[in-house]
Design a protein around this ligand. Structure first.
Ligand SMILES: Cc1cc2nc3c(=O)[nH]c(=O)nc-3n(C[C@H](O)[C@H](O)[C@H](O)COP(=O)(O)OP(=O)(O)OC[C@H]3O[C@@H](n4cnc5c(N)ncnc54)[C@H](O)[C@@H]3O)c2cc1C
Length: 316
């Protein structure tokens, strides 16, 4: 049987995060600049308050400045953080940086961790993760066509990616590229770190998406004879698929819980509006169809919450 009770420590963390959201986050939502997020100085000021409260980076271990609270803990705090579009960056749990930091913890060597993970974990730089390609199905990364060929002491990368979140302004990309086309499908690709200033790494455009594009856009990128040192390989040759699974699995829980938080806040707004708004001499909340909609939404949100929490428990 799955235990759904929340430990007193996690209850306390949730209470303290809620207090920070109430005091500093919601009131700054209107300062967001479209496609850019909060003004840098304001974002840093809010991040510092979170760090001072020891509530920074719920997904990272304490050794890297995070909270070290495991997957269920991450699920439960991301539910609160997801209530505001600005909160994931304020709390150091935003995609794609959170997933990239987790990946660098698992796969990077000491030198790579010092150079790329340390500033990322502290929130001093942003990063992106470049896997999906326009020409092939993103659901099936065994078909990727971007290649990385070893020439002497370098990897030479050629290819085309899109929907790469946060690419504009990133310090580096973690790129999934085919290093051995003759290997079995799940051993063809490897991951390679590409600093953004490398020649041949070109951001073509931010692809249009529904709603705001978020910080750094969801970009189309081209790699043209993009050369990086051989030591930029992350993990071993052929481990790309395995590492992608390790990165994307926990990321799904974080994404899903943030969306749940957004749904819960929307639900509360809907209920408030139904009580306040009057039509034909009574509040909307008195209408049977409106009551049905509210009840259906509550049931769907609760079902999603239980499914997500169950998945998080299995990762423990
Ligand atoms: C906002 C946003 C941000 C993103 N950020 C990143 C990022 O940072 N880095 C990155 O690398 N990628 C990113 N992606 C890309 C994302 O991972 C892909 O869009 C996703 O993997 C789906 O791939 P696709 O778009 O090529 O669709 P396809 O794989 O071509 O799928 C097309 C449709 O077919 C369905 N389908 C596919 N396979 C099956 C199946 N076996 N059975 C039934 N239906 C199926 C899909 O559900 C979909 O509806 C992002 C996408 C979006 C929208």
């Amino acid at each position: 049987m799955i235990d759904f009770s929340i430990s007193p420590e996690l209850e306390d963390i949730r209470r303290r995060i809620t207090a920070l959201m109430d005091e500093y986050v919601y009131q700054n939502e209107d300062k967001v600049i479209e496609h850019e997020g909060l003004p840098v100085d304001l974002e840093r000021e809010l991040q510092q308050k979170v760090k001072d409260a020891r509530l920074w980076a719920p997904n990272l271990p304490k050794q890297w400045g995070g909270m070290g609270i495991g997957y269920v803990g991450q699920a439960l705090v991301n539910e609160i953080i997801g209530r505001s579009v600005i909160a994931p960056r304020v709390f150091g749990s935003a995609a794609p940086d959170a997933g990239n930091a987790e990946l660098l913890i698992i796969a990077a060597n000491e030198a790579q961790q010092e150079r790329y993970l340390r500033p990322l974990a502290a929130g001093d730089v942003r990063s992106c993760f470049a896997m999906t390609e326009p020409e092939v199905s993103g659901s099936d990364p065994t078909g990727l066509r971007t290649t990385a060929v070893r020439k002497g002491s370098e990897w030479v990368i050629n290819g085309h990616k899109w929907f790469i979140s946060g690419a504009i302004g990133s310090a580096f990309a973690i790129v999934m590229a085919v290093t051995d086309a003759s290997a079995e499908p799940r051993k063809r690709a490897s991951m390679i770190i590409v600093p953004a200033e490398t020649a041949g790494f070109e951001i073509i455009r931010a692809v249009g998406v529904m709603g705001s594009g978020g910080v750094g856009g969801h970009c189309e990128i081209r790699f043209e004879n993009c050369r990086v040192p051989a030591e930029n390989l992350l993990g071993k040759v052929g481990e790309g698929f395995k590492l992608a699974q390790a990165r994307l699995g926990p990321g799904r829980i974080q994404h899903c819980m943030r969306w749940l938080g957004a749904a819960e806040r929307s639900f509360e707004m809907m209920c408030r509006y139904a009580l306040e708004r009057e039509s034909f001499g009574e509040p909307l909340a008195n209408k049977q169809t409106v009551q049905n909609w509210i009840a259906d939404s509550a049931a769907e949100i609760n079902a999603a919450r239980i499914a997500a929490k169950t998945r998080a428990s299995r990762f423990r």
